[in-house]
Design a protein around this ligand. Structure first.
Ligand code: MF3
Ligand code: CO
Length: 279
């Protein structure tokens, strides 16, 4: 849906330092969310908190007015896949809430996302969260120089669709990241091994599986942004910023600080961790 500029741009070491800082700023923001999130809060309150946190650090929320997007974060609850508008509906026990945030820091983009389980969430949704997070790490394992984009795509699709029978969203994809929010290559969450652009060292990718419990089909609401599952079943979204390397990708963003805050928060359900492989 977004149109990158046709170039895959490897970053220099100096640029990667700044991109790491940008990614970590998003991680810190999501960790703040993890610390305060509780039933009764609204996603509009989270938007204000994230905006303030990022601006206090001297960075700019990047989604605001991106192609006209009217908010600072995307807040996608339950059957909203991605690009949900923050609103004044109280978050409730049993919801699953994906928060996606982007920043510009010294000219460089950070863009990542995490899905939270509000308390007593049904087992099927917890499993969807676990498997989607696992698939992100399986994709990241393939983000090495000389591999192709399709190797990442295949790893994600195999784990989610083939192994667990979930629906992999086709309309939205991961992407290169740098001075622009969306650079080449596109990184689909479905595809064939050994196909697609060849990965070069020091490319930065935003890998972001969007996985539906039911059918893969989605539609966009009349607001022009909110993407929902066609069958009304829940969807989960995780996103990391990673730097392609020869032997093993470097994850620039960091879930460990989000997970630490999440585990301290009595309103959030982290019971699915016990089965999670954490990279
Ligand atoms: N992570 C999402 C993406 O890469 C966020 C974009 S939302 C927008 O597409 F508002 F900025 F468009
Ligand atoms: Co993204």
């Amino acid at each position: 849906m977004f149109r990158p500029n046709g170039m895959m741009i490897s970053k220099t070491q100096d640029e990667l330092v700044l991109m790491k800082e940008a990614a970590m700023l998003v991680s810190q923001t999501l960790a703040e969310v993890a610390a305060v999130l509780k039933p009764g809060m609204t996603t509009m309150q989270l938007d204000a908190l994230c905006n303030q946190f990022v601006r206090d650090k001297g960075a700019i929320p990047s989604f605001y007015q991106y192609h006209g997007y009217p908010h600072n974060i995307c807040a996608s609850v339950n059957d909203v896949v991605v690009h949900g508008f923050p609103n004044n509906i109280p978050i409730k026990e049993g919801d699953i809430v994906s928060i996606d945030m982007g920043v510009i820091w010294k000219g460089w983009h950070g863009d990542h996302a995490y899905t939270f389980a509000m308390g007593n969430v049904d087992e099927a949704s917890l499993q969807l969260i676990r498997v989607t997070k696992e698939s992100l790490y399986l994709g990241i394992e393939k983000a090495t120089a000389g591999n192709r984009v399709g190797d990442i795509s295949f790893a994600i699709q195999s784990h989610t669709e083939k192994k667990h029978g979930y629906g992999v969203v086709r309309e939205l994809v991961g992407h290169g990241l740098g001075r622009s929010l969306h650079e080449d290559p596109q990184v689909p969450n479905y595809g064939k091994r050994g196909t697609g652009p060849k990965l070069k060292e020091n490319l930065v990718l935003a890998i972001e599986p969007m996985i539906n419990m039911g059918k893969k089909e989605v539609y966009t609401e009349s607001d022009g942004w909110t993407v929902k599952t066609i069958d009304g079943k829940p969807s989960v979204h995780f996103e990391h910023d990673v730097c392609v390397k020869k032997d093993k990708a470097i994850i620039l963003s960091d879930y460990s600080i989000i997970e630490a805050a999440e585990q301290k928060n009595p309103y959030l359900n982290t019971s699915y961790y016990s089965a999670t492989k954490n990279a």
